[in-house]
Write a protein that binds this ligand. Sequence first.
Ligand SMILES: [Zn+2]
Length: 375
Amino acid sequence: MAFEQVFGQDKMKAFFLSAIRQERLAHAYLFFGQAGVGKDAMAVGLGLALNCEDAEKEGCGGCPACRRILRLEHPAFRFMLPVPARPKAMKIERYQEIIRERYLARVDNPYLPVSFSPEISTLPVIGIDQIRQLKQETRLRIAKGARVIVLSHAEEMTVSAANSLLKLLEEPPFGTYLVLTTENPSRILPTILSRCQMLRFPPLDEETVCRALETRWGMETQKAKLLSRLSGGSIQKALDFLDSEFEDRREAAFRFLEACCRGRRLQVFTETDHLLNRWDKNGFLTWLVILQGLLRDLMHLDAAADQRLIHADMGSRLRGLSGHWSGRGLESALRHTEQAIDLIGKNVYLNIIMHELGSALMRCRSETAERIHHG
Ligand SMILES: [Zn+2]
């Protein structure tokens, strides 16, 4: 992932290119922002830019140095992810092979989530052994270029690992740059945060996500547009929607919405129970994000802004629902959906969340209907 292959984040690229040219790089950075916006991609890009053999380019991705970095064989580049512990029965060679595969996959495509095979399934962490090994390596001098160390998902560092890393952050060897990336800076020790320059990676705009889906994942334009609108500016989230159940979930979300719109209480609860039997937490998250999109579309129809429809291909079916809620009712429905997404993150029982959501959406509708009635 050379800088020019990082999608969007133009300000960040410009910032680093000028810092490199003027030799004003800080010794430690913390990149934070949601998943799938290019934090790790930029960190890899920095490693390439600082070590590329082509002085004209800022990391070409093709010269011997760049290729060694991308194969994780360059002594000046270290890339680390949280990893599960080695199961006692597993040979160390097999374990190292799995970890290396994961690292390589992440460097090759930093926009995809990392998953470990069921062979090793304990909670992944960045442990003290990883940091110790890192510190040992930094004692060796590198011939040329600059050493770049990337700790991806740095919030998963154990406390002892973080304390061990502190020393390195306090007195980094000359020419060594650390990049920590995280979705969740509040889970990182303040002593670590205070020693890093913090850079926030904003969500990507829809066009950038759309272009990424078309060019890198070969997606057809109409689908790329739909997913980029649902993505909230994250390529990873857009790709999450790609699984085969997308159409299924969208259909279920529409049926649920329709039942709420028409105030069919029994149907709302049957739909909910049906869904509860089929999906886990992640399935529901996808479903809720789709539901949000459908509600936004009803707002667009309300405002006669048909050209902004997220689910443009469902336009006529959505139009059939658009009379049931007023603008205020829709806003309130959207708020309830957002709350439901929050609650899923907080591990509240799915059936409680879903039943409350159904009731709340029906209330939004009837309040509106009442108001219209009285008005
Ligand atoms: Zn190069």
